[in-house]
Design a protein around this ligand. Structure first.
Ligand SMILES: [Zn+2]
Length: 130
């Protein structure tokens, strides 16, 4: 009889999500959902989000615009191992195509950005042609 070898199922260890603080429990379902989402995705609570939001004076940290219909997106550094709270950088415009969070996604490289700024301020062609 042939035995079928089964692959060991990889068990996904669910990270522990501490219960929300009472301040969040007594708010709307929408807030509780947001709290849960921030905890699982970024390791922060809704209260943490609101503290950052207040610190940023309620606007996107890059363009300075307030959120419209959708709340500001939590920007985090994907390179931070383990993610969580230490990877969160700030709150930026949401938006699938034109939000600051999305725009930053492909260019968050500090040395390259410094060269971009220098390039824009001192275009090499203008140095040669003038
Ligand atoms: Zn923005």
């Amino acid at each position: 009889m042939r035995r079928i070898r089964r692959r060991k199922r990889q068990t996904r260890v669910a990270s522990y999500i501490p219960p929300p603080p009472p301040a969040v429990l007594h708010r709307s379902k929408r807030d509780r959902d947001r709290d849960r989402r921030y905890r699982t995705r970024y390791g922060i609570t809704l209260l943490d989000y609101e503290a950052i939001f207040e610190y940023q004076k309620g606007v996107c940290h890059l363009c300075g615009r307030p959120p419209k219909k959708v709340s500001l997106a939590v920007d985090h550094d994907h390179r931070v191992k383990g993610g969580g709270k230490t990877s969160v950088r700030g709150l930026l415009c949401p938006g699938r195509y034109f939000g600051c969070n999305r725009k930053l996604g492909g260019i968050d490289n500090v040395p390259w950005l410094k060269r971009v700024i220098d390039y824009l301020e001192n275009p090499p062609a203008q140095t040669v042609l003038s």
